[in-house]
Design a protein. Structure first.
Length: 309
């Protein structure tokens, strides 16, 4: 089973506002709502790829209820942990006339350690050896910086393959727990190493260092340039198909989804590279955070390049 963890989910509200103007009344011409938060995005993409996952999320208030209902409607299993307060709504204002994207994000509820512990215990009790747990995204207020490190260590001890996709201090801390897979982008990885990673060769060298620390699989995404995949004894550059970009929001999440799907099916490194780069490209072709259809992913698979490093 694949479990995704979303500690700070959001209802993503996308509003189309032609000619957005400050200090004026603006009118929305189109509005859509999507369940969001990195772990939830991963679950949505896994579903489109034809897999299943269990989305574990901290949810609160009416927004939390609505978010849960939308996921169930999309046939995604949700395990909701109720928090006090209201799950945040993140407003994305798209102005097609001026081609601007403005995000206004709510802070979200404050959590306490009891609820985090209850969630971790619940997840631990579910884990069978070899299950995948994807941990990604920001931490809610009240959650200690070391939350992902603690969770990764405990879940790994239960036999789970922990996938970690976080940035900054959370990444630096999380790596210490030696998760099964990490997927930073090149800026996030360079950030914790204190250097700029510009070429695939520099990225490969940094990825090898993490493999040497015991992390089984290191995938460093590089936007339109694809990603470097490192595991014991092998490093390859997956070259992304060239596509027309709609929105790159959630590109990384879609790659993580494909990596989890591929891992669950025991796919080879080559097939994993092809599927994840095709999934990333298919998802950046979409205009919002909607996940791309599997047919589109499949149509791009043959356009993925693989280069040994
Ligand atoms: N312009 C693009 N053209 C084709 N594929 C792309 C493009 N941008 C991103 N991708 C695909 O998406 C993957 C992940 O992108 P990126 O490295 O930007 O992730 P990220 O920075 O983690 O994103 P996120 O904002 O979701 O956290 C890339 O490895 C690539 O496969
Ligand atoms: Mg990312």
């Amino acid at each position: 089973m694949i479990y995704t963890v979303t500690l700070n989910p959001a209802m993503d509200k996308t509003a189309i506002v032609p000619n957005l103007t400050l200090d004026a009344v603006n009118r929305i011409t189109e509005l859509r709502q999507d369940p969001g938060g990195k772990g939830i995005n991963v679950s949505k993409v896994i579903k489109k790829l034809g897999g299943t996952s269990n989305a574990m999320a901290l949810l609160g208030g009416n927004t939390g209820k609505a978010l849960r209902a939308m996921l169930l409607d999309a046939e995604i299993d949700v395990v909701a942990f109720e928090v006090e307060g209201e799950t945040r709504t993140n407003l994305k204002i798209v102005d097609p006339e001026n081609d601007t994207h403005t995000d206004i994000n709510e802070p979200g509820p404050v959590v306490n350690e009891e609820i985090l512990d209850a969630m971790l215990k619940n997840l631990e009790a579910k884990i069978d050896v070899g299950d995948i747990v994807v941990m990604s995204g920001s931490l809610p207020k009240g959650a200690p910086d070391a939350t992902y490190r603690t969770w990764a260590a405990e879940l790994k001890a239960k036999g789970a393959k922990v996938f970690l996709d976080v940035d900054g201090e959370k990444l630096r801390e999380g790596i210490e727990a030696v998760p099964y897979l990490v997927k930073p982008n090149e800026i996030e990885l360079g950030g914790i190493l204190g250097k700029k990673l510009e070429t695939p060769a520099q990225v490969a060298e940094a990825a090898r260092m993490l493999v040497d620390k015991g992390i089984e699989k290191v995938v460093v995404s590089m936007g339109g340039a694809g990603a470097v995949f490192a595991e014991n004894g092998r490093v390859v550059h997956g070259i992304s198909p060239k596509v027309k970009v709609g929105s790159t929001v959630g590109a990384g999440d879609s790659v993580v989804a494909a990596l989890a799907y591929a891992e669950e099916r025991g796919m080879s490194l080559e097939d994993t590279v092809r599927l994840s780069m095709a999934t990333g490209a298919a998802n950046v072709m979409q205009s919002g955070t909607q996940a791309a259809e599997r047919e589109l992913v499949d149509s791009l698979i043959d356009q993925v390049g693989i280069e040994e490093l």
